[in-house]
Design a protein around this ligand. Structure first.
Ligand SMILES: Nc1ncnc2c1ncn2[C@@H]1O[C@H](COP(=O)(O)OP(=O)(O)OP(=O)(O)O)[C@@H](O)[C@H]1O
Length: 295
């Protein structure tokens, strides 16, 4: 039985303990234990269907789970104790908790009939009730951070996929989240725009944002992640430093997964060229997709 208070004394920002998730009769998560510390970037890799996206969706409570728990900054997310039993939080309190966890999806989900600036201002204006000027100033600051200061008045359809995803990242940041989750943020992009999105993510990681990144971009996690978790069949089978997991994997299933990827990911191949960080206010340098899974 998972504890009601976050386990351990090191006070990680995110604690996942004993997480179990089923879809119908299919057990998708089989007891996930995970801690992510403040400022840490955790990469999550693994074969298709191993439960990576479901893990993220349980963390930000897009889906319910059957066992275990998720704690952010020591608080059990989405549930409360009532007469000694756990029960779901009322919607309003759940929504408030969820704001602390930003999420960037594979698809950008931008509002097509709003400008880039409008997309960034919608949620903060509704939720924080800040002045329009203050919200816009923060949005423009974030657009500069993702290298799109000059695109504030464009509509999403006027941007490339990579630029739209950078807007989606900036939008996630408007709520000033404590934790940012990325669910395969580059897998829907044209190869030529993948690098610019990875560069923005790298910049965020360097700035101390706490991030969990589900990705097949092994070159990115090798460089940018502090640790990598390998998922297989609903379990974390391996967790460690990128060099340890990618170059000397302990688990045969990790070795098999890495062998199926492009050579750049395979154990004992040299690290790739670093992902360029974007200069403030400038378009991040574009680079080719570092590796593509051969699934
Ligand atoms: N809403 C759902 N209803 C039923 N089954 C689901 C649902 N979402 C996911 N699954 C199943 O859960 C398992 C894990 O899916 P999940 O998307 O978490 O894996 P993944 O590791 O992220 O895969 P991929 O790398 O292909 O995105 C799969 O067998 C999937 O079919």
């Amino acid at each position: 039985m998972a504890p009601e208070k976050s386990p351990g004394t090191a006070e990680p920002l995110l604690v996942v303990a004993g997480l179990e998730k089923r879809f119908g009769h299919t057990q998708v998560l089989r007891g996930i234990d995970l801690e992510v510390h403040r400022g840490e970037t955790l990469g999550v890799i693994g074969p298709s269907g191993s439960g990576k996206s479901t893990l993220l969706r349980c963390v930000n409570r897009l889906v319910d789970y059957e066992g275990g728990g998720v704690w952010l900054d020591g608080r059990l997310l989405g549930q409360e104790l009532h007469r000694g039993r756990r029960r779901k939080l009322p919607h309003r309190r759940l929504a408030a908790q969820r704001r602390a966890v930003g999420m960037v999806f594979q698809h950008f989900h931008l509002f097509e009939n709003h400008t880039v600036l409008g997309n960034l201002c919608l949620a903060p204006q509704l939720v924080h009730k800040r002045s329009r000027a203050e919200t816009e100033a923060h949005a423009r600051e974030l657009l500069t951070r993702v290298g799109l200061a000059d695109k504030a008045d464009r509509y999403p359809s006027q941007l490339s996929g990579g630029q739209q995803q950078r807007v989606a990242i900036a939008r996630a940041l408007t709520m000033r989240p404590d934790l940012l989750l990325f669910d395969e943020p580059t897998s829907a992009l044209d190869p030529e725009t993948v690098g610019e999105v990875l560069a923005v993510m790298r910049d965020l990681a360097d700035s101390g944002m706490t991030m969990v990144v589900v990705t097949h971009e092994i070159g990115f996690v090798r460089e940018a992640a502090d640790r990598i978790a390998v998922m297989d069949d609903g379990r974390i089978i391996e967790l460690g430093a990128p060099s340890q997991v990618l170059d000397t994997p302990a688990h045969e299933r990790t070795r098999r997964f890495l062998r199926r990827l492009a050579p750049a990911a395979s154990p004992s191949t040299p690290a790739q060229q670093p992902v360029p960080a974007p200069a403030a206010g400038a378009e991040p340098a574009v680079r080719a997709r570092p590796d593509t899974p051969s699934r």
